[in-house]
Design a binder for this molecule. Structure first.
Ligand SMILES: [Zn+2]
Ligand SMILES: [Zn+2]
Length: 265
């Protein structure tokens, strides 16, 4: 059994056929999927579709792309208490500057104010994860150790860090070592098939700390702009096995155990 620990079946790309896509995944051996919200609306949608399908579990959170909008932490807390919710996220920091973006008013402007705003709402969600004892799904793109700095700021006083995953792992070996030292998991997507950086990070991560994910509809392995689906976890597992010189079956089994342990699926 495979588990896709991070996909967006709640997004527009799947609005017409998420049910069919999910059924096909289950038939193909991807038996559990975590549907991740990026703002209050898509978090609500994640819960809605998860309530309709036993293979789906929800994560609720506000992505750094949406940091400039209103953020109602009480509303997020309410959503997070739904039975289908297994994590807070995705949330974190993202300093990537897009050439083209569907969020022209926000993502294109990565100025000090935006960076600060991202850290504030990430901090609120770290605290929520701690309060509700839910794991965190952390998005950390081109922000080096900023996500860790924010985590430390909110956790070092009481010494209690939430459990969680650095999804779509990227960055330096040094960053990876710090992530692992805090006992966080590492999420691996199909960009492992073409990214030397990801392959290096995976080679350096213990299998017991790796989760399969797809970020579908994004990060299509072929990079041709077509819609990705949770079924590409198979390719991710295959590539992890190749990079780590391990039997593929072991990778499939252990990553599923990891996801079940972290998210209590
Ligand atoms: Zn992300
Ligand atoms: Zn995502």
């Amino acid at each position: 059994m495979y588990i896709d620990s991070h996909c967006h079946l709640n997004f527009g790309a799947f609005s017409k056929d998420w049910q069919e896509v999910t059924d096909d995944c289950v038939k193909a051996g991807v038996e559990k999927m975590i549907v991740v919200g990026a703002d209050l609306e898509t978090s609500q949608k994640a819960i809605e579709i998860c309530q309709k399908h036993p293979a789906l579990f929800a994560a609720v959170g506000v992505h750094p792309h949406h940091a400039s909008g209103e953020f109602d932490v009480e509303k997020l807390k309410q959503l997070a208490q739904n039975k289908k919710v297994v994590a807070i996220g995705e949330t974190g920091v993202d300093y990537h500057v897009y050439q083209k973006s569907k969020y022209p008013s926000t993502a294109l402007r990565i100025n000090p104010e935006m960076k600060n705003r991202q850290k504030i709402i990430f901090g609120q969600q770290i605290q929520l994860a701690k309060t509700l004892k839910l794991p965190l799904i952390i998005h950390n793109r081109e922000a080096n150790e900023n996500a860790l700095d924010v985590l430390e700021h909110f956790c070092k006083d009481d010494g209690i860090y939430p459990a969680g995953v650095f999804h779509c792992i990227s960055g330096s070996k040094k960053l990876l070592q710090k992530i692992l030292a805090l006992d966080f998991y590492v999420g691996v997507d199909a960009n492992i098939t073409y990214s030397q950086e990801v392959q290096t990070l995976v080679a350096d991560s213990p299998l017991e700390k790796i989760l399969l994910e797809t970020d579908a509809p994004y990060l299509t392995p072929s990079r041709d702009g077509s819609r990705n689906t949770p079924q590409s976890v198979k390719m991710v597992a295959q590539e992890i096995a190749r990079v780590k010189h391990l039997p593929e079956n072991l990778v499939i089994k252990q990553t599923s155990t990891n996801a079940q342990r972290l998210f209590k699926l």
